[in-house]
Write a protein that binds this ligand. Structure first.
Ligand code: NAD
Length: 451
């Protein structure tokens, strides 16, 4: 497979875990390349959100100047030998937005549409996300421009090991700690950990999180993003007077984050009426049997065609009748075009950046309660933090301890963000950003400017 084919055709999105190569490349390519063409520059979106919150805070100009930049941006171009003996050169990035609060933390994404602007936005959001839930990290993100579905396992491993070596001077357990993101999984984290360890000559389990449990991964990590999102929803429902047992839930993106959130919503007796993947969605107003949906997806590679539901498009799924909408796929899904038609009372952003700033304003005016990404999906990085702590101490926790501590952190952060929203009369995204930026600005002030 040539590089052009690998980077342009097909996409993406295994359902977390190790199930790479499951969906039809052709159909997915059409969906994702269209989104990429029309998508706004994600870093511009991140800056726009930052400026709104900085205005609310009355942040001084010098501090704005510092926080608007990503501190370190590394781009690497590296060769990989393919199975047929040919050589392809791939482009990857690792960006550290701010090292003030501590080591930096953030996932690595493999996707053919990865750009430096996207990685910068995601790194900045990681800084705010860690600050919202009070973790001692700055934000980082990495990405390689590749469609991993078109690589063999051997090629995927070679790409991962070479990318790790290229960014090795940048990462480390006290420096910058990668984790999984879209299209990367525990196996890839194991290869990164092993490559780093081989290069330094001893095992360094703290260099990545989201590893397999036998290699020092944490109990509860693979479910943490979905679980944290549902903890956030419980808090929001409480202040909204929304009875979850009488509610319906729609989930866009039935992957790692979305499928866990969907399952946990059914455990709270919410009726999950629609789910989707990159090929499209399925809808049954009486509720879906998620075990049967997962089995259908494992068999066919997509939720589409599940017999007990009707097929819907990924555009339609966002505007279905429901109380709760969980976007758990990619960025820029809720836009000015569809925000006016969304019927949900509560949007919980399991995905990063699913809502454009224009859509945000419409949603706020319509009185829809939003749990913003930097809070709603912070369960993932929170349990990554637990994993890092366990690795540094070589002392594993039980799943129960992990989930209880996650609950405490999410509940406390919700109270803080909701309190800020009420105090400043702003919506939850701005409130979360205000809290986060205030905290990072305080670090920056106290540390001062070197030299
Ligand atoms: P994933 O690859 O496991 O799942 C993504 C799902 O979205 C898949 O079902 C895929 O088929 C679907 N999808 C892809 N394109 C789509 C489209 N155009 N329309 C609808 N569905 C589409 O990835 P994930 O880890 O669950 O991540 C999903 C989102 O959650 C991303 O925005 C990611 O940054 C964010 N997130 C994930 C974690 C984590 O720990 N996994 C943590 C924080 C945030």
């Amino acid at each position: 497979m040539t590089l052009a084919a690998i980077q342009r055709s097909g996409a993406s999105h295994p359902e977390g875990g190790a199930m790479v190569l499951q969906e039809s490349p052709v159909a997915v390519s059409e969906t994702l390349s269209t989104a990429a063409v029309t998508a706004p520059d994600l870093f511009a979106v991140a800056i726009e959100q930052f400026d709104i919150a900085a205005d609310v805070l009355g942040l001084d100009d010098d501090m704005r100047k510092i926080l608007r930049y990503c501190q370190r941006e590394l781009t690497v171009n590296f060769p990989v030998e393919m199975d047929d003996g040919s050589v392809e050169v791939f482009t990857g990035h690792r960006v550290q937005h701010n090292t003030g609060p501590g080591p930096t933390k953030g996932g690595i994404r493999y996707h053919q549409d990865v750009t430096l602007a996207e990685v910068k936005a995601l790194a900045m959001w990681m800084t705010w996300k860690c600050a919202v839930v009070g973790l001692p990290y700055g934000g980082a993100k990495g990405g390689v421009q590749v469609n991993p579905k078109l690589l063999s396992q051997n090629e995927l491993q070679n790409l991962t090991r070479r990318y790790t070596t290229e960014i090795q001077p940048f990462i480390g357990p006290n420096q910058d700690i990668p984790a999984p993101d879209v299209n990367t999984n525990p196996q890839i984290m194991a290869w990164i950990m092993d490559t780093y360890s081989m290069n330094v000559g001893y095992s360094v389990p703290g260099v990545t999180t989201g590893k397999p449990i036998v290699l020092g991964g944490s109990e509860g990590r693979s479910e943490a993003t979905g679980r944290g999102c549902v903890f956030a929803i419980e808090n929001a429902a409480n202040v909204m007077g929304l009875d979850l047992a009488q509610s319906r839930t729609v989930v866009q993106g039935f992957g790692n984050a979305g499928s866990v959130a969907a399952r946990l919503m059914t455990e709270l007796d919410s009726k999950v009426v629609a789910v989707s993947d990159s090929r499209g969605g399925i809808y049954n107003p009486n509720g879906l049997n998620l075990t049967a949906v997962s089995a259908h997806k494992a068999r066919t590679g997509t939720v589409l065609g599940y017999s007990e539901a009707e097929n819907v498009t990924n555009e339609e799924i966002l505007v279905l009748p429901t109380e709760i909408l969980i976007p758990a796929a990619l960025e820029n899904q809720i836009t000015a075009e569809n925000a006016g038609r969304i019927q949900a009372r509560l949007i919980a952003e399991a995905a990063n950046g699913p809502t454009t700033p224009e859509a945000d304003a419409i949603i706020y005016d319509r009185g829809i309660f939003v749990l913003p990404d930097i809070f709603a999906n912070a369960g993932g990085v929170t349990v990554s933090y637990f994993e890092w702590v366990q690795a540094l101490q070589a002392f594993p926790w039980t799943e129960r301890q992990v989930n209880e501590r996650l609950r405490q952190i999410m509940d406390k952060a919700f109270d803080a963000v909701y309190g800020t929203a009420t105090k400043y009369s702003v919506h939850m995204r701005t409130a979360a950003l205000v809290r986060a930026i205030d905290r990072v600005a305080e670090f920056t002030r106290l540390r001062g400017i070197y030299p």
